[in-house]
Design a protein around this ligand. Structure first.
Ligand SMILES: [Zn+2]
Length: 247
């Protein structure tokens, strides 16, 4: 039986703590709650880690968060040797906020990269200190320095980043919103979550279910670490935090 977890992070990516009730514990010890602030691994963004605090004050460390049988079922995977909560028990949830904030900054930076490099995306992976986006382009013609400079222009412009929802029909009428070459946004649920950058989405909008910071300035200083050739028609861009090292 699959549960449907209310994904609180989708409406408020800045919520670090909340409360929830246990609705199930699966055969591998995975904990399923009625609602959660723990993002589950998907779309190239790793799931959250953190703690669940029981009413007696004891803690259950969450080592990973994944989706279950359906995308709506979010499973909190405990670290080894943790207590097992009862169904119906109330828990206090706290995500590893410093790690999540890094992931939100990096994820937003990946969106900016797709603005600077407007080519079909063939893959992406976000991590705390190094993220990559793969593009379908035969010859980049881009330099690390140019791309970094254009990314930092967008960061400094302090554009707002926000979400809005559109219908399947609106998405079908605007196919250029989808930048990913191989992955289609889920359709059939009736609505698609768009991540928009800039007033009236003037900088960008694209379907995405991940967590992002609320403005481009919050991304902070980033640079392109490398542009790698991955096959004849693929270029992999690596984004890192901080200023570009001089060399
Ligand atoms: Zn995103």
């Amino acid at each position: 039986m699959a549960f449907s977890t209310e994904a609180v992070f989708r409406e408020d990516s800045y919520l670090r703590e909340t409360e929830a009730s246990v609705v199930g514990v699966n055969e591998r010890g995975g904990i399923i709650l009625d609602r959660t602030i723990f993002y589950a691994t998907s779309g190239g963004q790793p799931g959250d880690t953190g703690i669940l605090v029981r009413e007696d004050g004891s803690r259950i460390a969450v080592a990973a968060t994944i989706t279950g049988e359906s995308k709506d079922e979010i499973i909190h995977v405990p670290a080894l040797e943790q207590g097992v909560p009862e169904v119906g028990e109330r828990l206090r949830l706290a995500i590893d906020w410093p790690r999540r904030l890094l992931l939100m900054r990096m994820h937003a930076a990946c969106h900016l990269l797709t603005v600077v490099c407007p080519y079909p995306i063939t893959g992406a992976s976000v991590s705390e200190d190094d993220s990559r986006v793969d593009f379908d382009i035969p010859d980049a013609g881009f330099t690390r320095e140019d791309v970094t400079a254009r990314l930092m222009e967008l960061v400094r412009a302090n554009h707002p980043i926000y979400t809005s929802w559109i219908s399947d029909a609106e998405l079908a009428a605007n196919p250029t919103l989808v930048k990913s070459k191989n992955v289609r946004p889920p359709s059939g649920t009736g609505k698609i979550r768009l991540v928009c950058i800039g007033d009236n989405a003037s900088v960008d909008s694209q379907p995405c279910g991940g967590t992002h910071v609320a403005s481009t300035a919050e991304i902070g200083e980033i640079h392109i670490g490398k542009i790698e050739k991955k096959g004849r028609e693929n270029r992999r861009f690596r984004i890192r935090f901080g200023a570009m090292p001089a060399n």
